[in-house]
Design a protein around this ligand. Structure first.
Ligand SMILES: [Zn+2]
Length: 442
């Protein structure tokens, strides 16, 4: 394989998944087969990404596939990327590029080609199959070409599926950070954990929840002194990292690859009960590899609302759904209007307006969620950290049209309207969570 280090090409990829941002440098231009390399288009940012088994439309990914999008891939998992045949064009070749951080160049990554794939035609679709041979979760870039040029045809109805061979069992580590009071209904952290385990087992029917451990940040073997036991911890205020990522991958046998649910006093934004990254992809230590929940919600009036154990637990159940790749059944404006912050302080839109619902056929959709102006306040924020979702208790919505949404009783409905609604996942949601879990090393 001939490696040619050409001039640096700066392709920004605001990588939201790995925290790395992105892009590029030196790549081989010709491999052994004399197969010419068609690198991702370095003249534009690479910002759209797709993770396996997401059923949303992802039109932006389809549109940008030829010049470069990000694929989220894991070790030894098998993948298929497919889309409709454009019969006016020859079959395009898909090239895949491994990305890597460049020392001292924050915000940029290098890439090197790992695959050139010809499609199989199945029915009316091009299907590209490959296995990921990385040793950890990685972001691969794409290009799609014909005769050395970016494919000019239409890429429609894109699908990216994956299967892995890890177990479908999950261990939870509930990490209490700083001073945690009893919940509104008088439960301490241990009692809250017991309730959480019961609820996870009741709601996550498609996977096995082994057990739940409880650990206290002030007792962490190396980081404990950063998290005083008597200090109410506000995510995003007491530490810059909203996810308190350094506490993930607790250094103890049986806990290193657990799902880290970080319990804090509150979250430093109004009306947010919890958040996680959509398809975080990391079980164990990793940047933004946690689900974060608060035991209080900061209201816009500045007051704190103390939450019941049920509310806290169901927030954890919902956010864990996002963690394993579930979207809201009905997108909010905040979901669609995502932007990332660039180094120079400006922002860049990365939202995909086609993803108004999750694409699953057994979850209903409520267009009122998008029309209602819900989350207007969130929209005015300068920056939405990628894929952060939250539940909100809109007291002012009592008796509003939201009560007639057909997906109100789904756990991934974006708004909590009543504490005692008996919410659940659907079969397809459980299947998606299960397939994500078996792809993510743990
Ligand atoms: Zn959510």
């Amino acid at each position: 394989m001939k490696k040619v280090c050409k001039k640096w090409m700066w392709v920004y990829s605001f990588l939201c998944i790995l925290g790395v941002c992105l892009l590029t440098a030196c790549s081989e231009l010709v491999d052994v087969d004399n197969d010419p390399t068609l690198p991702p288009d370095a003249s534009r940012p690479i910002v759209h990404k797709i993770y396996p088994n997401d059923m949303a439309k992802n039109d932006s990914v389809a549109f940008n596939l030829a010049r470069g999008v990000m694929l989220v891939v894991h070790p030894n998992a098998s993948y298929q990327l497919s889309f409709d045949v454009d019969s006016t064009m020859p079959s395009p070749e898909l090239q895949l590029f491994h990305t890597f951080p460049i020392n001292g160049e924050s915000g940029r990554v290098g890439y090197t080609k790992v695959r050139s794939l010809q499609p199989k035609i199945v029915g009316n679709r091009y299907v590209y199959s490959f296995v990921c041979e990385e040793n950890k979760m990685s972001i691969w870039f794409t290009s799609l070409g014909v005769d050395g040029q970016y494919f000019p045809g239409r890429v429609k109805n894109i699908s990216f599926t994956g299967t892995g061979s890890y177990s479908d069992s999950l261990t939870i580590n509930l990490i209490a950070v700083g001073a945690i009071e009893k919940t509104l209904d008088g439960k301490n952290v241990e009692e809250l954990a017991s309730e959480m385990l019961r609820s996870f087992r009741k709601k996550y029917l498609g996977i096995t929840i082994d057990t739940i451990h409880v650990r206290y940040a002030h007792e962490h073997p190396t980081l404990g002194n950063r998290y005083p036991q008597n200090k109410p911890w506000v995510a995003g205020v007491n530490s810059e990292d909203f996810f308190v990522s350094e506490l993930t991958g607790w250094p103890e046998d049986g806990l290193r690859n657990a799902l880290s649910i970080v319990l804090v006093h509150s979250i430093g934004e109004n009306d947010i009960m919890g958040f996680s990254r959509l398809f975080s992809g990391i079980l164990g230590a990793g940047k933004e590899g946690s689900v974060v929940i608060g035991e209080n919600v900061r209201k816009s009036s500045g007051e704190m609302e103390h939450l019941s154990s049920k509310n806290i637990v169901m927030t954890a159940v919902h956010e864990t759904g996002h963690f394993f790749g579930l979207r809201h059944t009905s997108a909010t404006r905040r979901d669609l209007n995502q932007v990332v912050l660039l180094d120079d302080g400006s922002t860049f839109s990365v939202g995909d307006m086609s993803n108004v619902e999750d694409g699953l056929t057994d979850t209903p959709f409520c267009k009122y969620v998008l029309e209602s102006g819900l989350y207007r306040q969130a929209e005015e924020q300068d920056v939405v950290r990628g894929d952060i979702y939250y539940l909100k208790r809109p007291n002012y919505l009592a008796k509003s049209a939201i009560y007639s949404c057909p997906d109100l009783e789904n756990i991934m409905f974006p708004v909590t309207v009543e504490d005692d609604l008996d919410v659940s996942f659907t079969k397809q949601q459980m299947e998606l969570v299960r397939s994500s879990l078996t792809i993510i090393p743990h």
